[in-house]
Design a binder for this molecule. Sequence first.
Ligand code: EPU
Length: 337
Amino acid sequence: MKRIYNDINLSKRNSFGVSESARQVVEFNTAEDIIDYFRSSRPEKWYVLGAGNNTLFTKYYDGTIITPVSSMLTILEENDDFVDIRVEAAHDWDELVRWSVERNLWGMENLSAIPSSVGAAPVQNIGAYGAEAKDVITVVEYLDTEALQVVRLRNEECHFGYRESIFKQELRGRAIILAVEFRLSKRARPNLGYGDVIKEVKARGEATVTNIREAICAIRGRKLPDPKVLGNAGSFFKNPIVERAVAERLLAQYPDMPHYEVPGDRDSVKLAAGWLIDCAGLKGWRDGCVGVHERQALVLVNYGGASGGDVIRLSEYVCAKVYDKFGVRLSPEVNIL
Ligand code: EPU
């Protein structure tokens, strides 16, 4: 089944809550529905929008927004060690994490409370607290809109990296993710190495999957604004990866600057964009109806009534200030349309 809407306002379809419109929105259930749509309509300009948690609309979208609406979860295989599942793209990410935690399955608990749909998770390889979606994804199933065929990519074929995947590179504008398969472990494997996680878990007792989920939800709840209350798209910028020499120069000046090794790349170091913005004096900075969040400087917020253009102007201001102070360029994590 598919539904087509023309000239539709998108304010309820993006977590920033900006009020832009699109020429057309197509919601589909099955691969056949969307193949059928591509065969009959041959849209020239289109964009896949899941729950709209990582997209900023800055103007009228003169094309077709494609949104999957099926969210079935199927258990594919189960043994003493793991459970393999297949989940359709529209399934809410955190509902899935909750489902896994309730069954005492390991692998997703550190990714609790991330606003996302399942289909969006592999695109930017969502990650938090030392875990990434790629750690549990086994297969991504998508529609190749050129061949009009359903394709299954194994994890290693998805070229996952920090907030990166093949879906943001070679397959950008070509793939529509239909379902994702995951392997969840029955064996305990707590991942408590990031920041305050261990302290928060210990305050709750043993490192059970439930306690880890609760700890992560508590940490996120303290720092990150709920998009249902305050429009935002989580981290607006990526944490910048800079040459080691740049990081060393900055560390000589700011010895407390957070910095992280980049797996497999000894010449580069990852910095914390939130710290850079904070240290540039912008945390809590507000310009009319947009601002830098007061508890996590990496998040830009819409206090109500902002346009996409207002958010862009703020982001440019933030980038310029960070560049002036540190000589480091920030790039957006959010998709800007
Ligand atoms: N920091 C500050 N001031 C701030 C924000 C951060 O000094 O305003 C410092 C923190 O004290 C810490 C460091 O910067 O030393 C890193 O901060 P945090 O642990 O909050 O994580 P982050 O690097 O700012 C990343 C992800 C988040 C994810 C957290 C936890 C990116 C772009 N963001 O943020 O992901 O929740 O780590 O793992 O990688 C998202 O993608 O939307 C998102 C929220």
